[in-house]
Design a protein around this ligand. Structure first.
Ligand code: NAD
Length: 455
């Protein structure tokens, strides 16, 4: 690992990653990889997660292609130094902010969107002119192998490398000195990454998870709202997504209507036997399967299931499952669910949601379904979260003009579009002045007795 990092550092120090031309060549290479190897990407995602083709294309390939094209279109602007005003104190100087690459950066990613979670940070890292080591997740071994096999044919391998492996390899990578570590995954490992980075004073971006709440008002277009919520939950990797709805908050009086609408939509989407549906991803591994079934098997929880509950351990399938009124201290309400289970918490009045949400760690995203504008404003103002969506879920990931990232325990730093470029750049302050006006600023120099005239 040490040799690898040293080699990349030497390449970076030659200055080859700095020119616009090198950056464009890498971005074009990444785009070609996606265009020419679409079949292999789809196969890898199927092998790792049985990810439905439409989902795989829309959420991983198509979004990443759009992100790459956006970077290619905007790169010249992003790289331009930004002129800023000069004040009296800095009279007769010019001032600008010059973005510069950080150096050699490490990207460690998670298994749930194993293609996009490598490609998207890579786009930002090379656009900003860095050398990069990519460490895909070993829990998605086919996608990891895809990167190791194909990426080197499309990018400059003297500056961009893939390292496959799990805990041992990642630990060794974390011992090296990096100029930035960009990590996507759980908070538990996020803490390990941050501690390792602290030893070298390396800055980090942590893209973590959490429990994303959905608040459901009765004043909604119920059919449309439930469809949007359901596709953002089960249509995103069968709930194995960081921004998938984790739990619903609604009023006691509205809950029965909501449950009925959910049942109807789930039947419409996935048929009478969702375990047989080809439109639902499987659970990634037997460990995660057990983690999820443990939530369902906890004492007193089975009777809370109002829809679904089916499982097929052999094929690692769990059906979309809705639970009503689970206790606040149950396992399913403690940890991030990251799977197809959806508990509903009921409250007397919807405004109680603020206290409930803000009593937990700040989520990566929070969602509200309501036509009530006053409630919408209150929600945006009162809920602390990485992002907020009104009358939809998860969609903000597709807008490169919005930063994507968490706050507090759901992460630090953001990316997508220009935010990716910024996260992998240093903003260098540059001030330049000539010699012509020296007489005007004599008071700057000792002897300070001159200051009497000023102070
Ligand atoms: P994970 O933390 O188990 O693994 C992520 C990466 O960390 C992998 O590459 C793995 O090899 C490495 N790793 C695992 N254990 C390690 C250790 N002890 N030391 C060093 N490295 C180690 O996370 P996961 O299960 O792959 O991902 C699930 C989590 O990621 C969820 O919490 C989810 O919300 C979050 N997530 C966040 C985003 C986001 O963009 N914010 C996206 C996807 C997933």
């Amino acid at each position: 690992m040490e040799t690898l990092v040293n080699d990349l550092r030497r390449s970076f120090q030659t200055g080859k990653t700095m020119p616009y031309k090198w950056r464009v060549a890498q971005l074009e290479g990444i785009l070609r990889l996606m265009n020419e190897r679409e079949k292999e990407i789809m196969e890898a995602l199927w092998s790792d997660l049985a990810k439905p083709r439409t989902e795989a294309y829309l959420h991983e390939i198509s979004l990443s292609k759009a992100g790459c094209k956006f970077a290619l279109k905007e790169l010249k602007n992003w790289m331009k130094p930004e002129k800023v005003p000069s004040l009296i104190a800095t009279f007769s100087s010019t001032a600008q902010i010059v973005p510069e690459p950080l150096g050699v950066v490490l990207v460690i990613s998670a298994w749930n969107y194993p293609f996009a979670l490598i490609i998207d940070p890579l786009i930002g890292a090379v656009a900003a002119g860095n050398a990069v080591v990519l460490k895909p997740s070993e829990v998605a071994p086919s996608t990891s192998a895809f990167f190791a096999k194909f990426l080197p044919h499309y990018v400059d391998t003297s500056c961009i490398q893939v390292v496959e492996g799990g805990v041992t390899e990642t630990t060794e990578l974390l011992e090296q000195k990096w100029d930035k570590i960009f990590y996507t995954g759980s908070g538990t490992v996020g803490r390990i990454v941050m501690a390792a980075a602290a030893k070298h004073l390396t800055p980090v971006a942590l893209e973590l998870g959490g429990k994303c709440p959905v608040v459901f008002d009765s004043d909604v277009n119920l059919k449309v709202a439930v469809k949007r919520m359901a596709i953002g939950k089960w249509g995103c990797n069968n709930g194995q997504a960081c921004i998938a709805p984790d739990y619903i908050i609604t009023t006691k009086s509205f809950a029965p209507k909501l449950v009925d609408a959910l049942k109807e939509t789930l039947k419409e989407f996935y048929g009478e036997d969702p375990l047989e549906s080809a439109d639902l991803s499987r659970i990634v591994s037997s460990n995660h399967f057990r983690r999820l079934t443990d939530f369902l098997d906890e004492e007193n929880i089975p009777e809370k299931i109002v829809h679904g509950g089916g499982r097929d351990e052999k094929h690692l399938k769990i059906a979309p499952t809705v639970l009503l009124d689970v206790p606040h201290d149950s396992l399913i309400m403690k940890d991030e669910i990251f799977g197809p289970l959806l508990p509903i918490i009921t409250v007397e009045k919807l405004e109680d949601c603020f206290e409930l949400i803000n009593s937990r760690p700040k989520p990566l995203a929070a969602y509200l379904f309501s036509k009530n504008k006053r409630l919408e404003e209150e929600f945006v103002q009162k809920v602390f979260a990485g992002g907020i969506l009104i009358n939809d879920v998860a969609l903000h990931v597709a807008n490169p003009h919005l930063p994507f990232g968490g706050v507090g325990e759901s992460g630090t730093g953001a990316y997508h579009g220009k935010f990716s470029f910024d996260t992998f750049s240093h903003k260098k302050a540059v001030l330049s002045r000539g010699y012509a006006t020296e007489m005007r600023i004599r008071a700057r120099y000792p002897p300070y007795t001159h200051h009497k005239q000023i102070i």
